[in-house]
Design a protein around this ligand. Sequence first.
Ligand code: ADP
Ligand code: MG
Length: 264
Amino acid sequence: MSEHIIVSVKNLVKNYISGTETLCILQGINFDVERGSVVAVTGQSGSGKSTLLNIIGGLDRCDSGSVEVAGSEITGLSEIELSSYRQRRIGFIFQFHYLLKDFTALENVMLPAYMTGMRKKDSLEKARLLLADMKLEDRISHFPSQLSGGERQRVAVARAMVNDPDIILADEPTGNLDPRNSGMVADLLFAGAEKWGKSLIVVTHDETVACRAKIRCTLENGILGGFPLSGENALSEENALSEENALSEENALSEERAPSEERV
Ligand code: ADP
Ligand code: MG
């Protein structure tokens, strides 16, 4: 995998069994995310956006296909390896902030770094820096209950960045906010990702959020459309296309041949 590619997904398939029915959620997804790029994924409710993010983030497993993050294949990892992968390589932001209610904003942000071995002083310093980026310098000692919805979500953005992840995965990060707060969270999230050189995949219903991403794609009928392919994925797509062309040319030839064959 090229060094420029941070996430490479190939032929990703995910089905859910519901009673006697098989739900085909992801039906062969292919894409590469370049280091530092920002991707917005839209699609109808139930189209599999969260499922896709959860598989990339090691919260869920696929049925087949491959997911490489920073050059490492994650689909075969054990539960313990996946837990470490999530802590160290991924920054999650969800629709609900999931802050720990008995900890201050500063503690909520520093904890993931401290828990994974950073010295307390350094984790506090990093957390302060990130909260300042989120324009929350004067809220660092507040508990979640003392913060507004937009402020809590900005704490969650800072927390997602504290472990210097390879990629930030944001699932409807502004889904619970009014337009003004939504715009502010999106501004700070995108600016933070750019400042810290982070790749970001954001799933959103919010057009004002999606339109800020350089790359936009849509999940529909289990397939991700609109994604510019690069690297090996572009090559395999090219091969698939040339195979398709070869097949259709063959068909055309055999159709051409058919009448004369009939005559024989
Ligand atoms: P989105 O995030 O695009 O709204 P999801 O990824 O949450 O969609 O879900 C995609 C589809 O998979 C939905 O139809 C949902 O009901 C189904 N689904 C999600 N998780 C499960 C599960 N654990 N078991 C069965 N079906 C599921
Ligand atoms: Mg969802």
